[in-house]
Design a protein around this ligand. Structure first.
Ligand SMILES: NC(=O)C1=CN([C@@H]2O[C@H](COP(=O)(O)OP(=O)(O)OC[C@H]3O[C@@H](n4cnc5c(N)ncnc54)[C@H](OP(=O)(O)O)[C@@H]3O)[C@@H](O)[C@H]2O)C=CC1
Ligand SMILES: O=C1OC[C@@H](O)[C@H](O)[C@H]1O
Length: 394
């Protein structure tokens, strides 16, 4: 246990949707329930682009402590001097303009995945954060799980030899009769206006598994950006509903095979009975990761010379009994933000900004090869504080 008092990070929450609620409930859990003693979190403000009532209702829903400020605009939130960092929890379509709004107001940002709709937008966010000396991170929570940390360490230690291939799938079982999916056409999962489609929302997790092993662990001097080929089936809205891609690292002789789909599932029971959705294959063995690619719960290590023995490691998500037994797993990325801000770091070593740019370039290429096109208002990379995406008002 640390003897100095924990560093407190004061959060401002932009948007009041589903993931904002899960994230804030995680912020409000006691960090010691996950054995964290060096940092803690305080919710200071919540903003809805729609109305103050929505922000007030949100606070009630997450059982926020009294005194949290509520705003009816994102502009008011980013101007609040008590806010240390802004969490952007809007649809993907809005991330570029909303993150820029916060950076322009001098606020560090944690922005939900996918970072943006285009690579050019991500590059502009990164350039702006760097120019202003502000912390910025893409919110790919899975990277910060102890499970991911353990698996990366295992691979680095050579536990399964040289890794030559990673296979990862993140697919949702949303098939309905008449070629329909279980989302209304207006839903952010399939609506092009909101950056919808399997790749940006779910495929990013498959790509995360490929990249955190095959790219992130490469020594800095040998970092090799991969080439990519893809195949896409489109939904009737124009968004991608089934997307597969192969990334290749010629110098390292390695490949990653990524899949995502809205119509079928990632195997029976996310791999617990039907085979894992993530396999990390090396010259000396294999690591299998079980559970949904965005929230896996177990990994298995099978060594070539292990005589058939399988090491099974469960990685639970700590819950806080005093917060309705809540604990989703987003607190680890929040802890990472707190440690970075405490230590004066402008980016995380776990998901560096240059890596987010490479990831965004890959996703853009995957979608372009499949002919997916998003509307101009959400691909535009010119910041506009008065954009409908910032004000919510036409
Ligand atoms: N890390 C994870 O596990 C998950 C991450 N996500 C990511 O989080 C983001 C938000 O997803 P989610 O919370 O499920 O989405 P929701 O639709 O539930 O919420 C989005 C919120 O954004 C705000 N918003 C602003 N403009 C619009 C608009 N035109 N249409 C809809 N909402 C708008 C709204 O809040 P308000 O009216 O208050 O401004 C709304 O409540 C996405 O980027 C998604 O990829 C989503 C789910 C899981
Ligand atoms: O990020 C995500 O992970 C969990 C899914 O339920 C959600 O749709 C997606 O946005």
């Amino acid at each position: 246990m640390a003897s100095t008092p924990p560093y407190t990070l004061k959060w401002g929450i932009m948007a009041t949707g589903r993931i904002a609620s899960s994230f804030v409930k995680d912020l409000l859990t006691d960090p010691t329930t996950r054995n964290v003693y060096d940092v803690r979190h305080q919710l200071v403000a919540v903003a809805s682009s729609t109305s103050k009532e929505k922000a007030v209702d949100f606070c009630a829903r997450v059982k926020a402590p009294s005194g949290v400020k509520t705003y009816a605009s994102y502009t008011e939130l980013v101007a609040d001097p008590d806010v240390d960092i802004v969490y952007v929890a809007t649809p993907i379509s809005h991330h570029f303009q909303n993150t820029m709004l916060a950076l322009e107001a001098g606020k560090p940002v944690l922005c939900e995945k996918a970072f943006t709709v285009t690579a050019s937008q991500t590059k502009k966010l990164v350039a702006n954060a760097r120019a202003k000396n502000l912390f910025l991170m893409e919110g790919v929570w899975t990277r910060h799980f102890p499970l991911s940390v353990n698996v990366r360490e295992l691979v680095s230690s050579g536990a399964i030899g040289t890794v030559y291939r990673v296979i990862a799938d993140n697919s949702f079982n949303q098939d309905l009769p008449d070629s329909k999916l279980g989302f209304a056409d207006s839903h952010r999962m399939v609506n092009l206006d909101l950056g919808g489609g399997a790749m940006l929302d779910l495929g990013i997790y498959s790509l995360t598994w490929l990249m955190q092993i095959l790219y992130h662990l490469q020594p800095e001097k040998e970092k090799e950006s991969p080439t990519v080929v893809s195949a896409i089936n489109k939904y009737h809205t124009g968004a991608d509903e089934m997307t597969s891609f192969i990334i290749q690292f010629p110098k390292h002789k390695s490949m990653g095979i990524g899949m995502t789909a809205l119509r079928i599932a990632s195997g029976v029971d996310y791999g617990f009975t039907g085979g894992p959705a993530i396999k990390i294959q090396g010259s000396g063995g294999e690591i299998q990761v079980l559970g949904p690619a965005f929230k896996p719960r177990q990994y298995r290590v099978i060594k070539k010379d292990g005589g058939g023995e399988i090491e099974v490691v469960d990685c639970p998500f700590p819950k806080d009994k005093n917060r309705d037994d809540w604990g989703h797993g987003m607190y680890w990325e929040a802890d990472e933000c707190a440690r970075c801000l405490r230590d004066g770091k402008l980016e995380s070593d776990t998901l560096p900004l240059d890596e987010s740019i490479v990831i965004m370039e890959l996703m853009e290429s995957v979608l372009k090869q499949g002919g997916v096109e998003y509307p101009e208002i959400i691909t535009n990379d010119v910041y506009d504080p008065n954009s409908l995406l910032n004000t919510g008002k036409a």
